[in-house]
Design a protein around this ligand. Structure first.
Ligand SMILES: Nc1nc2c(ncn2[C@@H]2O[C@H](COP(=O)(O)OP(=O)(O)OP(=O)(O)O)[C@@H](O)[C@H]2O)c(=O)[nH]1
Length: 813
């Protein structure tokens, strides 16, 4: 990547809506003293109410800017009389919130006219930023304005606070810190130039002439070659930032194939390109969002000293029925497997066990193919994977898949060769066959000179289980797993659901820090204060440290499994992050809907003729929904699309029934019950609510329903042929063909086709089939018979009657 090229993160930031309104104000230092005003009202004093609502009141116009430049207050020749004029102050008529950047001359030498800077322009050349520090990393009090202590120190030490050199130095330091806090798009125009452009510019020292850039481009070059603009960028704000008439920008945009209006927002990249067209570099400044601050919580611990050993997180993976739950059961000496519906693990479970006085965390993931996504998550939170392979079955498709997940997570794998108690499986031949299968998947057993430990186990007898634990302990020790228990907790949501009486309950795995009752957490789109914490045995606990799995209640909405969570320092900030996320989720969903509408307009019109199976899926936990959806995806077919109109965690409500009624949908309740009113309404409206607690029953039923809706296949089966030898005309009956069956059989119920001179004359049914005077059901080859064709009397000698049957074949998926 070219230095300074836009990064994915920058793009993501660009897409992040600013959360300005709720941002914490910056408390100005008491030592700042009087501040030069840019013609605006007096600067508010620290702690005053005015400080708390510092928003731009008026954007600076180009004329304003020119007036300031003329007066010498800003610009390259700014006089020391206006040394502290902030960029914000330059850009808007409003009180400066805090001591800002020094004049251009102090903090950022103004780039000379001519070629814009090439290479990374994200360094000092990005220049001063307005001081708008974020509220600090989650879990911490908002950082004080960083200038305060230094200035106070200087003041106390009697340093020449008033000397302009000192002031400039301090301001430069402040600017550096402020730049670190600021989220600025590292997307200088120079980075978007292609090599040719750069080469051309390098040779000539000037930007190539752009047709249409015109006089204003030249003027811009003469005025300045670099600008900053706050996101979101409208044509108007860009025009003000660049000092180029909005009409010129609009014309240029049109030439670039983009229609816009003066108030339309344009994206960062386009703005940077537009600035380039006028020979300028542009930095897009994004207000630091609550999300940006929130994400800091996941940064690795800064202090190595703070790290302490933590329990390993071990995930059990493997093919269905190879004994994962039984093995974990044996390890826990509990009986989880007996409580599972249909004997299949349906949810992710996480447990902590003690071995040799050390805790080990186990994550049990279901082995059913439908739970691939869940398993993937399991592999991603884990330190070590135990791959359970049944000794009587060997490496199976989901074993291979599990290996892929473990490899993707780059974690060590220990193989538990389970069910070794089954007679005749612990033979050299069988074991070496399985070793071969493992080696084929890149897991070379230690016994074969590789590095993968294979431990023979029996969940039934307990054989080898302690060897397995000892192996895991050794590997964990080798990896020196550590975490900082003293920082605000972060971790992963493994599962979440709504529980009656407890509200949203999430199973989380703490990765760093310590989670406590009363902590405010953000998890996915949800937030809330942790009302209660429970361990894997359902016991109430006060806190959960690193690698500890626990259930939390108190979130306001059900987060998606796999979402990260972090503790933040107050509910307001948590709400801000969660609400911004929900907004983005909604916008994304809306954008998706719109895209579908536009892109598939014709398809959709055609679709109206197509039958579809509409479903509403309600389930106990998010993971179940994912699993059901994944299974249903396998039933996808062009003829009967399966439309999941609504999917959600929780019981079946009246509104679900209303939706089902309006859309002729079937409601699928997976391990949830309908509310009483929903049952009554469903009865009234004849809506089908189908309840399940085993996943394959859902898919079996949906499959049958889809198959029932497929247009059946119609197949003609030839039965026989008869030649008309003579025609009998009988009053009140009509023409009866006296025939000889030349091939096959003529059945009374058959359909017939009358062929004359090789051409089909008529297609119909047999009204009567007789042998002599008797009605018969069929007449075989080489026999004579009388055939009366329904509603057809134009039969002639030598006509051929072909009999056939129409089979309607139900289609399957
Ligand atoms: N003989 C024998 N049977 C075992 C052993 N381990 C598990 N089983 C049996 O194998 C079957 C499946 O065991 P589970 O523990 O449910 O298997 P699982 O891999 O967790 O299955 P899913 O949760 O469906 O993925 C059960 O009937 C167990 O009793 C073992 O070591 N020996």
């Amino acid at each position: 990547m070219k230095p300074g090229a836009p990064t994915t993160r920058a793009k993501a930031r660009a897409a992040t809506p600013p959360a300005r309104a709720a941002r914490s104000p910056v408390a100005p230092s008491s030592s700042q003293g009087p501040w030069p005003q840019a013609g605006g009202p007096p600067r508010p004093q620290p702690g005053s109410a005015e400080v708390k609502s510092q928003r731009p009141e008026k954007r600076m116009t180009r004329d304003d800017m020119l007036a300031l430049m003329r007066s010498g207050q800003i610009g390259p020749n700014a006089t020391p009389a206006a040394p502290g004029l902030s960029r914000r102050a330059r850009a808007s008529w409003r009180p400066a919130p805090a001591p800002a950047a020094a004049a251009w001359s102090a903090a950022r030498p103004r780039p000379p006219p001519g070629p814009p800077p090439s290479g990374p322009a994200s360094g000092p050349s990005r220049g001063p930023c307005r001081p708008r520090p974020g509220p600090g990393p989650p879990g911490h009090a908002p950082a004080p304005a960083p200038t305060t202590s230094e200035e106070e120190d200087d003041r106390k030490k009697g340093k020449g606070v008033g000397s302009s050199a000192d002031r400039a130095g301090r301001r430069a330091r402040r600017n550096e810190r402020a730049t670190e806090r600021r989220v600025s798009s590292p997307m200088p125009a120079a980075s978007l130039l292609n090599e040719d452009d750069e080469a051309r510019r390098g040779r000539s020292g000037r930007r190539p002439h752009h047709k249409g850039g015109g006089r204003h481009a030249a003027a811009a070059l003469a005025r300045k070659s670099h600008a900053e603009v706050d996101a979101p960028i409208s044509v108007r704000t860009l025009s003000e930032a660049l000092g180029i008439k909005a009409n010129d920008l609009l014309r240029k945009l049109m030439a670039m194939g983009s229609m816009a209006t003066i108030n339309a927002n344009i994206d960062d990249e386009l703005a940077v390109m537009l600035a380039m067209e006028f020979g300028m570099t542009l930095d897009v400044v994004h207000e630091r969002t609550a999300e940006d601050d929130f994400m800091q919580a996941f940064a690795p611990a800064a202090e190595a000293d703070a790290l302490q050993p933590r329990p390993p997180v071990i995930t059990i993976l493997g093919h269905v029925d190879h004994g994962k739950t039984s093995l974990l059961d044996r390890i826990r000496k509990s009986k989880v497997v007996e409580s599972e519906s249909g004997g299949i693990t349906q949810h992710i479970g996480a447990y902590q066990v003690e071995y040799n006085g050390h805790p080990i965390t186990f994550v049990d993931t279901p082995g059913h193919e439908a739970f691939t996504a869940m398993r993937a998550r399991g592999a991603n939170v884990t330190d070590i994977v135990v791959l359970v392979v049944a000794a009587d079955d060997g490496v199976m498709p989901q074993t291979v898949e599990a290996i892929a997940h473990a490899k993707a997570a780059e974690v060590p794998i220990v193989v538990a060769l389970n069910k070794i108690d089954i007679p005749n499986v612990d033979t050299a031949a069988n074991v070496s066959k399985i070793f071969g299968e493992l080696a084929q998947q890149g897991l070379n057993p230690v016994e074969w000179g590789g590095d993968v430990e294979v431990v023979k186990t029996s969940a039934t007898t307990g054989l080898g289980v302690s060897d397995l634990l000892a192996t895991l302990e050794t590997i964990a020790e080798l990896h020196e797993l550590k975490a900082d228990p003293d920082r605000p907790a972060t971790g992963t949501c493994l599962e979440a659901s709504i529980s009656e009486g407890r509200g949203v309950v999430a199973t989380v795995l703490v990765r760093e820090g310590t989670l406590r009752v009363g902590d405010v957490v953000v998890c996915g789109d949800g937030y809330g204060r942790v009302r209660a914490l429970f361990d894997d045995q359902g016991r109430s606990i006060d806190k959960a440290g690193p690698s500890f799995p626990c259930e939390i209640s108190g979130l306001d909405v059900v987060p998606d499994a796999g979402e990260n969570f972090a503790v933040v320092d107050d509910v307001g900030r948590a709400r801000e992050v969660a609400e911004a996320r929900r907004l983005r989720t909604r916008d994304a969903a809306q954008a998706e809907r719109q895209t579908v509408t536009l892109e598939n307009l014709y398809n959709r019109m055609a679709e109206r003729k197509v039958k579809a199976l509409n479903l509403i899926v309600k389930a106990d936990v998010q993971g179940s929904i994912e699993a059901i959806i994944k299974e249903l995806e396998k039933l996808e077919n062009a003829e009967v699309p399966i439309r999941i109109l609504l999917k959600g965690v929780g019981g079946i409500s009246e509104s679900d029934v209303i939706l089902a009624d309006a859309s002729q949908a079937i409601i699928i309740g997976y391990r949830v019950a309908p509310e009483d009113r929903a049952i009554t309404m469903a009865d009234e409206k004849d809506i089908e609510i189908r309840r399940y607690d085993i996943i394959y029953q859902v898919t079996d039923d949906v499959k049958k329903a889809v198959e029932g809706m497929l247009v059946p296949e119609i197949k003609e089966v030839h039965l026989g042929r008869a030649v008309v030898r003579q025609v009998f005309r009988i009053s009140k009956v009509g023409a009866v063909a006296g025939c000889f069956v030349t091939q096959g059989v003529i059945e009374r119920s058959a359909k017939v086709r009358l062929i004359r001179e090789g051409r089909e004359i008529y297609k119909g049914a047999i009204e009567a089939l007789k042998r002599f005077k008797d009605d018969v059901k069929e007449v075989p080859q080489n026999f004579e018979c009388g055939i009366k064709i329904t509603n057809f009397d134009d039969v002639k000698s030598d006509d051929v009657i072909e009999a056939y049957r129409v089979d309607v074949i139900r289609r399957t998926l």
